[in-house]
Ligand binder design. Structure first.
Ligand SMILES: NC(=O)N[C@@H](CC(=O)O)C(=O)O
Ligand SMILES: [Zn+2]
Ligand SMILES: [Zn+2]
Length: 345
């Protein structure tokens, strides 16, 4: 049995670091495990300009202890008013690593998102021309459509035509949750990839109703049926370069989750690698973990692989019930459970 696993330093290709007090409370967890992270721009107000992205990057670095070796990769929140020239300039200047498309009202802080993606043709053409990735929260927002079907219908109605019309556009379908999404990405060729979260590998939708309403298992896209979990797991451990690690760690203060209308999002950053590794271990795919965590994403983005390594050890790791205090106390993913691997550093 493998007792220690040493891999190239990994990256997190989808994380919410938030701002202000919450940023100060959570940034260290991502920086501890990952060399780089794609930082989501869904702040209030959203990060839509070069100046706002630069200022946010400085606040992230200021929230970390001096000397921390961590690179936040910034993203541009697309709105209906997105300006192709500003986006291209920010990419050329190295401020932005990617653009993020939230269909309006699909998820947390997406009210300023895009109402009609086809109306953004000049932005899409620019992204395709300059090789800048488009990251997509892939759910339709039609309230008539069952929430469990919103990703699969997005893939069929929006993503498939987009890929057909912009074949050279680099697209990441974020936090995939369905067999349909996994199959689409598997078949789509080298310009389409997907991130996968730990929660969508561990949980099926029963987790949200296990003995009562479980707000800490609620995120978007919502956790699906078991057959979808198995398909997403198979994609993650397949070794395909189209699938890579993106935690979607999305902290909300405990009171905002345990509420009459609870926020969507799961805070998984503190034990992210331990959580993913448990899955690769169960699937007898420890040899595929490095590709998923440390190689596929960087190659897709056209960034160098990280230097240096990290090690995980087969040893019990107890996850606390709560992390932090006061308004920034957050219930982590796997709260109160014991994981079988420990991040050594
Ligand atoms: N995943 C979530 O459930 N929530 C995210 C938004 C997102 O990634 O869709 C958040 O910002 O809280
Ligand atoms: Zn999302
Ligand atoms: Zn997210």
């Amino acid at each position: 049995m493998t007792e220690r696993l040493t891999i190239r330093r990994p990256d997190d290709w989808h994380v919410h670091l938030r701002d202000g007090e919450m940023l100060a409370a959570v940034a260290q967890y991502t920086a501890r495990q990952f060399a780089r992270a794609i930082v989501m721009p869904n702040l209030t107000p959203p990060v839509t300009t070069i100046a706002a992205a630069e200022a946010y990057r400085e606040r992230i670095l200021a929230a970390l202890p001096a000397g921390t070796d961590f690179t936040p990769l910034m993203t541009c929140y697309l709105t209906d008013a997105a300006d192709a020239d500003e986006i291209a300039r920010g990419y050329a200047e190295g401020v932005w690593a990617a653009c993020k498309l939230y269909p309006a009202h699909a998820t947390t802080n997406s009210a300023h998102g895009v109402t009609d993606i086809r109306a953004l043709s000049s932005v899409l053409e620019t992204l395709q021309r300059i090789g800048m990735p488009l990251l997509i929260h892939g759910e339709v927002t039609d309230r008539e459509i069952d929430i469990f079907d919103r990703e699969a219908i997005f893939v069929e109605r929006t993503l498939a035509p987009l890929v057909r019309d912009y074949p050279a556009l680099k697209i990441v379908l974020e936090h995939i949750t369905t067999a349909e999404a996994a199959a689409f990405v598997t078949d789509a060729g080298p310009n389409v990839a997907a991130t996968i979260t730990p929660q969508h590998l561990h949980l099926n939708r029963n987790a949200m109703f296990d003995g009562g309403l479980q707000p800490h298992a609620y995120c978007l896209p919502v956790i699906k049926r078991e057959r979808h979990r198995l398909a997403v797991r198979a994609a993650a451990v397949s070794g395909s370069p189209s699938f890579f690690l993106g935690t979607d760690s999305a902290p909300h203060g405990r009171a905002r989750k345990e509420a009459s209308c609870g926020c969507a999002g799961i805070f998984n950053a503190p034990y992210a690698l331990e959580s993913y590794l448990a899955v690769f271990d169960e699937e007898n795919a420890l040899d595929r973990f490095e590709g998923f965590a440390s190689e596929h994403g960087a190659r897709f983005y056209g960034l160098p692989l990280n230097e240096g390594t990290i090690t995980l050890e087969r040893r019990e790791e107890a996850v606390p019930e709560l992390i932090g205090a006061g308004d920034t106390a957050v219930v982590p993913f796997h709260a109160g459970q014991t994981l079988g691997w420990r991040f050594i550093g």
